[in-house]
Design a protein around this ligand. Structure first.
Ligand code: SF4
Length: 318
């Protein structure tokens, strides 16, 4: 197993009280596999990814516990210096909005070359050659021209391709992609997903694909973890999630995906909203929104049940 997250809890301080953002998350990521983490905003998916990267703001954390084992080392226990080496070399991350990661004042080529100079001690000429090679690898035409451009001169899709190229420059074992296509229009989104799929196969990099959109997942993920209010409520192979969703929340997410055969006024939405993370009770966190809720659902958070490798936390399967 490349990455094993065990019982991860992340709580933040706030003026309203303790925000329980991640409440005992278990996720396993195998080598060479794309695993999606799917959830609405506030589900804890981005906090989980920032915890893997060691990028959470220390001053705002009330508690962080559990294990994040990467290649046999618990990242939560590593000193910052060792973590910094892993981050950028072995684990890379791309975000929704590339402009937050690219410096608008510096040419794309300069920023790409810096990665090679810093991580691999390359001289400027070799770093430029490697950068152009990477730009070509992410299927951008006229690579030299793009190398000499400023980020604002490129389209959103091209900027995201550049971010992917930079993230893959160090040939990481794990790439964390946090909503990487959300800001792109549908056609460009498909192209970027297809590119990520191809690159994963070429480089054998494992990918954690974080998204609120289960529809996107079907194009890219081998395995799916559904997160709700800081807990994984269902995890299984992507084909099993789509063919036979077990948790009422996952079923709701699937029903809510628009498709060509549905009229707009028939679009389903899950009633209610996510519970307040300051006020989470020891019960199924979905019970106020669930049409199948029973008395037992309010007695404690349901234990995970394993049905032939398809795992679900719901009293319907006790
Ligand atoms: Fe619904 Fe109960 Fe299952 Fe929660 S445990 S999803 S409330 S049936």
């Amino acid at each position: 197993m490349l990455l094993e997250i065990k019982n991860l809890e992340v709580f933040f301080k706030s003026s309203q009280g303790v925000v329980k953002a991640v409440n005992g998350v278990d996720i396993n990521i195998r080598e060479g596999v794309t695993s999606a983490i799917v959830g609405e905003s506030g589900s804890g998916k981005s906090v989980t990814s920032l915890a893997i990267m060691g990028l959470l703001e220390d001053s705002s954390i009330e508690k962080i516990s559990g294990e994040i084992n990467f290649d046999g080392k618990n990242l939560l226990e590593l000193p910052e210096e060792e973590l910094r080496k892993i981050r950028g070399n072995e684990i890379s991350m791309i975000f929704q909005e590339p402009m937050t990661s690219l410096n608008p004042a510096l040419k794309v080529g300069y920023q790409m070359s810096e990665v090679f100079i810093e991580h691999f001690n390359m001289d400027k000429k070799t770093a430029k050659e490697k950068s152009i090679e990477m730009i070509e690898k992410v299927e951008i035409q006229r690579a030299e021209e793009v190398y000499n451009s400023y980020p604002h001169e490129l389209s959103g899709g091209m900027r995201q391709r550049i971010m992917i190229a930079m993230a893959l420059s160090s040939n990481p074992k794990l790439l964390i992609a946090d909503e990487p296509t959300t800001a792109l229009d549908v056609t460009i989104q498909k192209e970027v997903l297809e590119l990520m799929r191809k690159l994963k196969e070429d480089l054998n990099t494992s990918i954690i694909f974080i998204t609120h959109d289960l529809a996107v997942v079907s194009d890219i993920a081998d395995y799916v973890n559904v997160l709700y209010a800081g807990k994984v409520v269902e995890r299984a192979k992507a084909e099993d999630i789509f063919a036979n969703p077990l948790h009422p929340y996952t079923r709701g997410l699937l029903r809510a995906i628009p498709n060509a055969h549905k009229k707009v006024d028939e679009l389903y939405t899950i009633r209610g909203s996510v519970p307040n993370p300051v006020d989470l009770k020891n019960e199924c966190h979905f019970c106020d929104r669930c049409d199948e809720a029973m008395d037992i659902c309010r007695t404690a958070f349901p234990e995970e049940v394993d049905i032939d490798g398809h795992k679900v936390s719901c009293y319907l399967y006790r």
